[in-house]
Design a binder for this molecule. Structure first.
Ligand code: ZN
Ligand code: MN
Length: 473
C-alpha cells in the first residue's frame, strides 16, 4: 500500500545478525576471531553437504521473540521454516533456510524520535549466506572466493511498511531499531552485521520503485537514499522512464547502480523445509521470555523526565544507551538527579568518546560516580578537579577519596589563601587588569585562568571571579 500523500515513499528490509554463541542450525561458532582463516568455522550443515541435518538454535529463536515482543508484534503460533531456492555460490545447498508463508511475527511497530509510528509488515528468521570475496574489487576481479565462516549465522529480517517518507526518517528508523536491539542484548553493534535493503520511489514517477541492496549502517542509508531520490528526480526531469529494478549502493563512490531489472518472489520457488519440524510457540514459552524483557529506552525516557525531573534533551541521550541509563538510575538514588544527569551526559560521555571506549570497557562503577558527585555536592572538590578524576578513572579504577587526600585536591575554601593567589595573579597580568578596567569584561578570564592554574583547579572559578572583581576595584 503506497502512501500517496507523500512525495517520497520508502520501505526497508533490514537483516540483523543475532548475538548468539553458535550458528542458526549447527554448533559452529557464530563469531570468529579477528583475522581468522576463511572456511575454518564450518561443518557439514553450514557447508550444505547432502544428507546433513539442521538442528535449530533455541537461543536464536528466543532472541527473535524478544524483538517481536519489543515491537508489539503479533507472534505466530508455530515456527515454520521454508527453503528459498536459488543458485549462487554463497549458498552451496542451493537454497536458503528462511521463513516465508508464516513469519515469526507480524504487525509490529517502531516509533521514530518524532514519535511517528512506522509499521512492521513482518519479522522472520533466516540463515546468512556465505561471504563472497572479490580479490580485486567487484568489477575487476577475474575470480571470486567463497568464505563459509559466515554461512548459517542467525539473522532476523525486519520488513517495514512503506511508511517512511524521507532518507532522514530511514536513518532514524535504523537508529531506533539498533537501540532496541542493544537494550534486548541480542545484538552487538561492534561485532554483528546490520544491513538494509531499501525500496524507494517518488511521486514524479508514479511511485515506480527501485530496490537498493546491502546498505550498511544508518549513516549510509541516508546517503544512499538521498542519492537515489536525486537520481530518480533527474531521470524524470530528463524525460526518461524509471524502471522497476534492483540497484546496488557503492559507498566509496557514493552512487547506486543497476544490478538487474526482473525479479519477483515467485522466482524463488519456496517450499516448507521437510528437515525442520514445526515448533509450537506456546503461550508458556512466550510468557517465560516476557519475564526476561528489560525496560526499553522509550520507557526509561518517560521515567527520567517524569519521575526524575530531567530535561527531555538530556534524558533522550542517556536513555539511548542502556549502560548509561542504568548508571543514571543508580547514581540518582544517591545524589541530585540533575547533577547525575549532567555528569553522565556531559563529562562521562566526553571522556568515553575521547578514549573511544564504552562504559563496559572501563572499570567505572556506579559507586565511583556516586562518590565523585557527592564530593562535588558537598563542595569538597571543584568541578575542574572532578573532571580530572573522571579522566583518570576511564583508564583504571582507584579509591577516589584517598586519591583526593593524597594529592591534596580538596577545594581551597580558605578565603585568605584564594585572595593571596588573586593578588599574585593581578601583579602578573597588569595588561589584562588594565583592559578589564577599561571595560573589556573578557580580559578578567585571563586573570581567573592564572589563579586556577596556581590553585591547580582547586579554587572555585565563581569565587575567584568575585574576589578578583573586589580586588581590582
Ligand atoms: Zn556449521
Ligand atoms: Mn532475507
Amino acid at each position: 500500500m503506497v502512501n500517496f500523500t507523500s512525495d517520497i515513499v520508502i520501505g526497508l528490509e533490514i537483516h540483523v545478525e543475532l548475538k548468539t554463541d553458535s550458528k542458526l542450525f549447527c554448533s559452529c561458532k557464530r563469531s570468529g576471531t579477528e583475522g581468522e582463516e576463511p572456511n575454518t568455522r564450518t561443518c557439514q550443515v553450514c557447508l550444505g553437504h547432502p544428507g546433513s541435518k539442521p538442528v535449530l538454535n533455541k537461543k536464536a529463536v528466543e532472541f527473535a521473540i524478544k524483538l517481536a515482543l519489543a515491537t508489539d508484534s503479533k507472534i505466530a503460533e508455530e515456527l515454520i521454516f521454508s527453503r528459498k531456492s536459488y543458485f549462487y555460490p554463497d549458498m552451496s545447498k542451493n537454497y536458503q533456510i528462511t521463513q516465508y508463508e508464516v513469519p515469526l511475527a507480524t504487525d509490529g511497530k517502531i516509533k521514530l524520535e518524532s514519535k511517528k509510528e512506522i509499521g512492521l509488515v513482518r519479522i522472520h528468521m533466516e540463515e546468512d549466506p556465505a561471504a563472497l570475496v572479490h580479490p580485486a574489487g567487484m568489477k575487476d576481479s577475474k575470480y571470486v572466493l567463497v568464505d563459509y565462516n559466515r554461512s548459517g549465522d542467525p539473522l532476523v529480517e525486519v520488513v517495514t511498511k512503506p511508511d517512511l517518507t524521507s532518507p532522514g526518517e530511514a536513518r532514524d528508523f535504523m537508529k531506533q531499531l539498533i537501540t532496541i536491539l542493544e537494550y534486548l542484548e541480542i545484538f552487538d553493534v561492534d561485532n554483528c552485521i546490520i544491513k538494509a535493503d531499501a525500496n524507494i520511489s517518488i511521486k514524479e514517477s508514479s511511485y515506480t520503485r527501485a530496490e537498493i541492496k546491502n546498505i550498511t549502517g544508518f549513516k549510509e542509508i541516508e546517503r544512499a537514499l538521498n542519492y537515489e531520490v536525486a537520481r530518480q528526480k533527474k531521470e524524470v526531469e530528463e524525460g526518461k522512464k524509471i524502471v522497476q529494478e534492483t540497484r546496488a549502493w557503492d559507498s566509496e563512490k557514493g552512487i547506486t547502480f543497476s544490478l538487474r531489472t526482473k525479479e519477483t518472489e515467485a522466482d524463488y520457488g519456496y517450499i516448507v523445509d521437510p528437515n525442520l519440524v514445526k515448533i509450537d510457540l506456546t503461550k508458556e514459552w512466550i510468557n517465560e521470555i516476557k519475564k526476561q524483557m528489560p525496560e526499553l529506552a522509550h520507557e526509561k525516557l518517560a521515567k527520567f523526565t517524569k519521575e526524575h525531573g530531567i530535561k527531555e534533551e538530556m534524558a533522550k541521550v542517556i536513555s539511548k544507551d542502556k549502560a548509561l541509563a542504568e548508571m543514571f538510575e543508580a547514581v540518582s538514588t544517591a545524589v541530585n538527579p540533575e547533577l547525575a544527569a549532567k555528569w553522565i551526559r556531559r563529562e562521562l560521555t566526553r571522556v568515553l568518546n575521547y578514549n573511544k571506549k564504552k562504559l563496559k570497557d572501563t572499570e567505572i562503577k556506579e559507586s565511583h560516580m556516586i562518590e565523585l558527585l557527592k564530593l562535588i555536592e558537598e563542595k569538597k572538590i571543584t568541578e575542574t578537579v572532578a573532571q580530572r578524576i573522571i579522566e583518570k578513572l576511564v583508564e583504571k579504577s582507584f579509591d577516589i577519596g584517598r586519591y583526593v587526600k593524597e594529592q591534596g585536591l580538596e577545594t581551597v575554601s580558605d578565603q585568605g589563601e584564594i585572595e593571596k593567589l588573586c593578588k599574585e595573579a593581578i601583579k602578573e597580568a597588569p595588561q589584562a587588569v588594565e583592559e578589564y578596567k577599561a571595560g573589556k569584561e573578557k580580559a578578567l578570564n585571563f586573570v581567573v585562568g592564572i589563579v586556577m592554574k596556581k590553585s591547580r583547579g582547586k579554587a572555585s572559578p565563581k569565587e575567584v571571579n568575585e574576589i578578583l572583581k573586589k580586588l581590582i576595584y
